[in-house]
Design a protein around this ligand. Sequence first.
Ligand code: FAD
Length: 309
Amino acid sequence: TYDVLVVGGGPAGAAAAVYSARKGIRTGVVAERFGGQVQDTMAIENFISIKETEGPKLAAALEEHVKSYDVDVMDTQRAARLVPAKDGQPFAVELESGATLTAKSVIISTGARWRQVGVPGEDEYRNRGVAYCPHCDGPLFKGKHVAVIGGGNSGVEAAIDLAGIVGKVTLFEFADTLRADAVLQRKLHSLPNVTVITEAQTTEITGDGQKVNGLSYTERATGESKHVALEGVFVQIGLVPNSGWLKDTLELTPQGEIVIDNRGQTSIPGVFAAGDVTTVPYKQIVIALGEGAKASLASFDYLIRQGSE
Ligand code: FAD
């Protein structure tokens, strides 16, 4: 039985594992893919103190740091179910492989994934013009023309944010109106370098074989196909938390984020959560690292109050 079992091996899970191991308590990390979303990232320029790095490099550094401590790292394992502690029994985390791990406290850091539009060109040009995070990749498109797909709050916020950095923004929305808050829409419409196209169904992200060179869409009112030449596409149609396996166990928001308090405590005492899978706003590496550290310290506080070593 672990004192702390961390589920998820992205930045939040790595930080939680290091902080727990440094308390000298029995720590395990179970992760489907160590490094998490960081593995899918090319240039990282906002990990403060390292001016520029690459995702796989940072992921390897996270893993090396965790493995320099006495931590059981169980990679390529997916958690399928959390069984709450009761009658003096520890928590149990059942894995898809059929194995069960037990722990006195659990830190969940299973992250999230960006919802994809699912059109030709999206995968091919990922990191070569197709982006999902305006805070991360906005500055790479300085002065250029970019598209934002999605007219909800995140799409409109992204368009406003990008309009200050890039040359021109065209926002594409499938429905006939934007769904963002009125105050954001007013701000958006006040910007001179933003165009909004509603009733637009994106059909393809086009490229020259090297990088993105445009976006094709169907004008839903007329059925006409159109193409806009541009250099980048920000997909903003939602971030999906990897919390499906926790349904009916923990309190989640309607969007599936794990509800936590300011110490990372979930609705079950002894179960903590950190990073992109939680209600913590702004999904970023530096934030996930801090949240993982916080959840670890909170779990340690919990454990010493349970009288465990
Ligand atoms: P994740 O990184 O999502 O890690 C989740 C972990 O949980 C993984 O190990 C995963 O395999 C595991 N997992 C999931 N489900 C299960 C399960 N059921 N059982 C076991 N394990 C499971 N942020 C920045 O700050 N700067 C950037 O430049 C930047 N660029 C980005 C570019 C891209 C393309 C993407 C996708 C994201 C980018 N981000 C960037 C965001 C950043 O990567 C995330 O905010 C951060 O990785 C979140 O960390 P996390 O530990 O909460 O979750």
